[in-house]
Write a protein that binds this ligand. Structure first.
Ligand code: TRP
Length: 334
């Protein structure tokens, strides 16, 4: 673990997982040798991938970010007033922290100062956005963790006083399998003190046309984001993927309520990955699974919150009823 103090108001702790290039190599070797082939979705977010993802959030088809932002901008004041003694804001997967600014500003307006603890897999993004926030907000203190959510939660200052508001935005919960999502949220709920809260964003089930457009944008940005995973293997592991021989595909399964995201091989081909000292064969039309994005009904959200030992305090949807934000407390909470 490496801690870095960049200013009196900022520390960044880097978790073990971020320092281990072996993990990426091993996961790629296992994933590409598997049948069906797959690659773990957290590797989509290297520095380049994190920037492409920011572009996705601005796409006209990608309604998720705009809908969530609408709710946050409308409700941030009320949310901050719900913590009369202030709160530490902990954010899982903070990215650029743009949406979080509504809450940061509301807490600062209400309480004068604030501790913000972002956790993100991309240390470059974490550093950049933390420095920007500190420059803008003079009474903000940041304790950032570069790592996976689990590392982050474990490494956060445990001596920290006060109630915590844990933010899990952007429907990232939908990128877990449904059972894993429940396991993750249960683990979180067990760590909660009575006054702690979870604010979780979840994309709602809706017509497949709207959903599929969000993952197949006309500008090809989502395709670029997905294929960056192969480019990353080329960069970091000496792969020779020819990106023009693969294509992005995303389709929505209405019954299961999830978008399945794959990379498809456009021809029969063999790809060499130098650092693994291995080659991988692809049949024409063969798929590499990279991510699922689950969608939820309001009833499904209520059920999962209840199953995980929490209760809903408040729930909001945007004006077009595309996206939801839920405030939950531990059942044994105040
Ligand atoms: N959490 C985002 C979502 O489920 C992640 C995402 C958006 C994504 N577009 C993607 C992941 C394309 C892989 C490929 O909407």
């Amino acid at each position: 673990m490496k801690a870095q103090a960049l200013s009196g108001r900022l520390t960044i702790v880097t978790a073990e997982s971020v320092f281990q290039p072996h993990t990426f190599a091993e996961d790629v070797a296992t994933g590409l040798a598997g049948s069906p082939k797959s690659l773990p979705c957290q590797y989509l977010y290297d520095e380049i991938g994190s920037h492409i993802f920011e572009e996705i959030c601005d796409l006209p088809e990608y309604y998720l970010t705009r809908s969530e932002r609408e709710i946050l901008s409308d409700q941030a004041g009320e949310i901050a007033r719900g913590f009369p003694n202030g709160a530490v804001l902990v954010e899982l997967g903070s990215g650029s922290s743009i949406k979080t600014r509504f809450l940061i500003e509301a807490f600062l307006a209400e309480h004068g100062s604030l501790h913000y603890d972002p956790i993100d897999i991309s240390s470059a993004m974490l550093k950049k956005s933390s420095l920007e926030l500190l420059e803008e907000y003079e009474t903000l203190e940041i304790h950032a963790v570069a790592g996976e959510y689990q590392d982050g939660l474990e490494k956060l200052r445990s001596e920290e006083e006060g109630d915590k508001l844990v933010l899990f935005l952007g429907s990232t919960i939908g990128n877990f399998e449904r059972e894993d999502a429940a396991r993750f949220l249960s683990g979180l709920a067990k760590k909660f003190a009575p006054g702690d809260r979870l604010l979780i964003g979840a994309d709602l089930r809706k017509d497949s046309k709207t959903i599929e457009a969000a993952y197949n944008d006309d500008a090809g940005t989502t395709a670029r984001f997905n294929l960056n995973l192969l480019a990353r293997i080329n960069r970091e592991l000496g792969g020779n993927f020819d990106l023009s021989r693969f294509r992005h595909c995303a389709r929505y399964l209405d019954l299961e309520g999830r978008v399945e995201i794959h990379i498809e091989s456009l021809c029969a081909q063999t790809v060499r990955v130098e650092l693994l000292d291995r080659s991988f064969d692809f049949a024409r039309g063969e798929l590499i699974h990279t991510e699922n994005s689950h969608k939820f009904s309001i009833a499904e959200i209520s059920a999962i919150i209840d199953l995980c030992g929490m209760r809903i305090i408040e729930q909001w949807v945007d004006s077009r009823e595309l996206f939801s934000l839920t405030m939950a407390a531990p059942k044994r909470g105040r």
